[in-house]
Design a binder for this molecule. Structure first.
Ligand code: ZN
Length: 432
């Protein structure tokens, strides 16, 4: 009885165990599996080819890979985390393996500069942006998000893409000014001035590539001694803010009247250039030439009337002078002052404009007449009546005469106005 019982129990037990094994195999079959040869977590760069490890399925060592069901798709053109599910079924057993694919962007954006990456520029000048572009493999044009960091020595451009990849580049600003300023001298560089006359500087200016107009910084070293024969230099020096220095020189030769070129190679006239009669130290007129000139005299009356209306008395001091009157005058000056000196203010006979009847001395024979209200009025209005101030200040080397604010020459309104506007002497106007 005990044995039978034992036998039954054993059979039941075996059946029971078989049932359990059958159930396990049906629902949780351990001989069914998916094998991935490689990493289940894959990282791939955007737009790159995705290489997945091989996936195989087995049941009782039999390859049933073809039965694998695959779900999930990876778009390698889009950043993100993707899942691919591999499912294999056998009887009532289902096994699943999931692979993770991360599509990432690890590429840095690229910044391109318009203009040079090294710019040489003046100190203390702000750099004017020439432009730049930022392109990212994934985000495209990200120029607008570029961050700019400025210093006096560089401009730093930083671009960051949506995956936090950051690029920085620098534009180097080389601050230096090695260019010297430039000085411009107005008037002649080489000047000949008659002894004991005057030399007036026509002016100067200086510009610098970095500092602009630095005329006021010009230092002038002027040792001209008008009362002593010799060759003198006027030196103009200027330095820019970076210490670049330059200098230019004007030459002033103080010469004797006789060596100035005046009264040499005399052209015996009367000489008319463009219809204008020229009488000076190099152009003479014969002793019988000249006389009073009614047109010039009438113009003088108009000038005097206008001066009077403006409140100035402008008396005629000397008009037409004959050759012989001039000869007498000149000789008496030579006797008193010597020939050298007399030549600076008195014409030799045959060389005086007064002999033409076209020249007048008005107002006052006074070196400072040109600074008086009447003298200023004359200077500014004479051309309206056809006259010019014949021997202006600073033109002694051209006219051969000291400044004579009282001596006017009739030329007619058109020519006088033209000469006035050009600010030249009659000699310069006629190209002599
Ligand atoms: Zn005169």
């Amino acid at each position: 009885m005990k044995r039978i019982f034992n036998k039954k129990v054993i059979i039941c037990l075996i059946i029971f165990i078989l049932l359990i094994v059958l159930t396990l195999i049906t629902f949780f079959n351990p001989f069914l599996f998916i094998k991935i040869s490689g990493n289940k977590n894959i990282i791939v760069s955007v737009n790159e080819e995705l290489k997945l490890p091989s996936v195989k399925a087995y049941i009782f060592n039999k390859d049933i890979t073809k039965n694998i069901e695959e779900s999930g798709k990876v778009d390698t053109t889009k950043i993100g985390e993707y899942k691919i599910k591999y499912t294999i079924k056998y009887l009532l057993t289902t096994k699943t393996v999931t692979m993770k694919v991360n599509v990432v962007d690890k590429e840095l954006p690229e910044i391109k500069l318009i203009g040079n990456s090294e710019v040489i520029m003046c100190p203390n000048v702000e750099y004017i942006e020439e432009g730049y572009t930022a392109l990212d493999n994934y985000d495209g044009d990200i120029t607008d998000s570029v961050i700019i960091n400025k210093s006096s020595d560089y401009i730093e451009y930083t671009a960051e893409d949506s995956s936090k990849n950051k690029t920085s580049i620098k534009r180097t600003l080389i601050r230096k000014d090695e260019e010297i300023p430039s000085i411009t001298l107005y008037g002649n560089i080489n000047n000949k001035v008659v002894l004991n006359s005057s030399f007036s500087d026509k002016g100067y200016s200086a510009t610098d590539n970095c500092d602009g107009d630095i005329s006021s910084n010009i230092e002038v070293i002027n040792n001209v001694n008008i009362n002593q024969l010799g060759t003198y230099e006027i030196i103009y020096k200027v330095k820019d803010s970076s210490g670049n220095e330059t200098s230019v020189t004007r030459i002033v030769e103080v010469v004797e009247q006789s060596k100035s070129g005046f009264y040499t190679n005399i052209v015996e006239g009367p000489t008319y250039i463009n219809g204008i009669l020229i009488v000076n130290k190099n152009y003479s007129i014969p002793s019988n030439f000249g006389g009073t000139n009614s047109e010039a005299t009438n113009a003088l009356y108009e000038l005097q009337n206008a001066a009077s209306l403006a409140g100035f008395s402008m008396p005629l001091l000397s008009g037409y002078r004959s050759y012989y009157t001039q000869q007498y005058l000149y000789n008496s000056y030579v006797n008193t002052y010597g020939r050298e000196s007399a030549d600076t203010f008195s014409a030799r006979p045959g060389h005086s404009e007064h002999q033409t009847g076209l020249a007048f001395d008005v107002g006052s024979i006074d070196d400072y007449y040109g600074d008086t209200p009447a003298g200023i009025w004359l200077k500014e209005n004479a051309h309206y009546y056809g006259f010019i101030i014949r021997y202006p200040k600073g033109k002694e080397h051209i006219t051969g005469y000291k400044y004579e604010p009282w001596h006017i020459r009739y030329l007619g309104v058109d020519v006088a106005t033209d000469i006035y506007n050009k600010g030249v002497t009659l000699e310069e106007y006629l190209g002599l």
